[in-house]
Design a protein around this ligand. Structure first.
Ligand code: KIV
Ligand code: ZN
Length: 515
């Protein structure tokens, strides 16, 4: 049997119209233009750029887009009202390829409560306005809003009327995300059976909302039943729970081409960039576990998964992250990571350790990963440096406490261990670090003069490791010290003790020049 030819599925992107309609996502005309340019690089077929009657800013944005973005069809939305259609004409004045998208609700609940119109009026208005639009546009899309909840016979009647009036695409919206996949697939099959031109000479589109988390599943089921256009948004943004997510639709069609027998023309490598741009400009953060574009979509922390991925990526990944524009999978170093991943990460960082050193570094890493959510590369470097550059800990920090009240000098209480014995002392100071250093002086009896104190974050995130570097002069010796901790006071104490222990171990750095 000859293999069936794969069908092209048109990607109609409505990030700039339905996506922008979601709370808090409004975009300036320049921001819309930036996203439209990225959608062109992504190679979507149609960009729904806005709802021109909504505001002059909307018309301005669509005009800006139309002047610059030439490859995809640019589309504007209108109610079945001539003034809305005129607004789309004005907005698309400069577009090379343009589409008018008209909609009118057909479901009983919308007819009775929202529109207060009889079925016959809905049909009349649709036909009149599609015909009006046809005077100015060859390419017209008709959406019977809330189609999924419309009585089947009436929906067929409305779609038939729309096609006869001149619609070149019919879009079936599940406006409130109510459908179940099989039911929605059956609806598409029924429409094609009743109106065979659909999906052939007249494009058959679907537009699914995500109120039950089924927007993508419903869209895919529609494609399997003959729809040849999917309406979607980048990151799935949109009214309420959002629209079908572009990246999920596209990657499902691509990954399961064995079942879908279809393809899109999307440039997959642009997916990550598009997602990040939309998130950045709309301010809508992508949930970490979001399929395809979530921060964790290609991140592995479990030791077993990391081991599998390092041996053969496909053990735990169905998509090569490089295909969607990522550098690669991410092995997240954390408390679930195993020795294999740890050794591999050190190797990538160019750190070579012998077996014993590796064991010790791994133990230290495990200790740190209990304190920190994520262990970054810099943390690993700090661990190894600390380990390799270690000097005997003549004085070891056992405990510290800072008490401070606004308006009074902070007090530090410290306990240090020396040759198995613990000594403690308190001191106040000009600040918490000064108080700690004075307490160290009291306990050790070693007077030091701090000549440099520097602090920096060596890792990212709120629970970053802080690194403190100090230079302290003991007698005529100036020594440097470094300490790291998620607590900057602890890092400061460690840095000072590091320097002090160097003196104890007679590790000289630089003799102080006589004054
Ligand atoms: O959800 C919907 O019904 C719509 C139409 C305008 C297509 O967004
Ligand atoms: Zn919608």
């Amino acid at each position: 049997m000859k293999p069936q030819k794969r069908r092209k599925i048109f990607i109609f992107d409505t990030t700039l119209r339905d996506g922008e309609q979601c709370p808090g996502a409004s975009l300036t005309p320049d921001e819309k233009l930036e996203i439209a340019k990225q959608l062109e690089r992504l190679n979507v077929d149609i960009i729904e750029a806005g709802f021109p009657i909504a505001s002059p800013g909307e018309v301005e944005a669509i005009q800006k887009i139309s002047k610059v973005v030439k490859r995809p069809v640019i589309c504007g939305l209108a109610r079945m009202v001539p003034k809305d259609i005129d607004a789309v004409r004005e907005a698309l004045r400069f577009a090379q390829k343009k589409r008018l998208h008209v909609f009118l609700a057909t479901s009983k609940i919308h007819r009775e409560f929202k529109l207060r119109k009889e079925k016959s009026e809905i049909l009349k208005l649709s036909v009149q306005n599609i015909k009006y639009g046809k005077k100015f546009f060859d390419d017209i899309e008709f959406s019977p809003e809330d189609a999924a909840r419309t009585e089947r016979n009436f929906l067929v009647q409305a779609v038939q009327a729309g096609v006869e009036a001149g619609a070149t695409t019919v879009n079936i919206p599940d406006t409130v995300g109510y459908s179940m996949p099989e039911e929605f697939g059956d609806l598409i099959a029924l429409l094609i059976k009743k109106i065979p031109a659909l999906g052939k000479s007249v494009n058959l589109s679907v537009h699914c909302h995500n109120d039950l988390g089924l927007a993508v599943a419903n869209s895919l089921e529609a494609v399997r039943n003959g729809a040849n256009q999917v309406e979607c948004t980048v990151n799935g943004i949109g009214e309420r729970a959002g629209n079908a997510s572009m990246e999920e639709i596209v990657m499902a069609i691509d990954t399961r081409r064995d079942l879908m027998n279809a393809y899109t023309d999307i440039h997959l490598k642009e997916i990550t960039k598009s997602s990040r741009l939309v998130s950045h400009l709309t301010g809508l953060v992508v949930q970490p576990n979001k399929a395809i574009v979530g921060r964790n979509a290609f991140a592995h922390e479990s030791g077993i998964h990391q081991d599998g991925i390092l041996k053969m990526r496909q053990t735990y990944e169905i998509i090569d992250p490089a295909r969607i524009g990522l550098k690669g999978s991410e092995i997240v170093m954390g408390k679930h990571s195993g020795r294999h991943a740890f050794r591999e990460r050190l190797r990538k960082l160019g750190i070579k350790l012998n077996a014993a050193q590796l064991d010790e570094a791994f133990e230290r890493f495990k200790g740190l990963s209990d304190q920190k959510k994520y262990v970054f590369d810099q943390d690993l470097e700090a661990i190894v440096e600390d380990q390799l550059g270690r000097i005997p800990e003549t004085w070891h920090l056992e405990y510290f406490k800072i008490s401070s009240e606004s308006g009074s000098r902070p007090e530090a209480t410290l306990r240090l261990k020396h040759k198995g014995k613990v000594s403690s002392s308190d001191s106040d100071g000009d600040g918490p670090v000064d108080a700690c250093y004075r307490a160290i002086e009291k306990i050790t009896g070693m007077k030091g003069r701090l000549s440099h104190y520097g602090i920096q974050s060596v890792t990212s995130g709120k629970d970053a490791l802080g690194e403190v570097n100090v230079k302290v002069t003991f007698g005529n010796r100036e020594v440097s010290g470094r300490g790291t901790s998620t607590d900057v006071i602890e890092a400061s104490i460690k840095a000072y003790l590091f320097a002090l222990n160097k003196v104890c171990a007679h590790i000289e750095q630089k003799p102080v020049s006589p004054i």
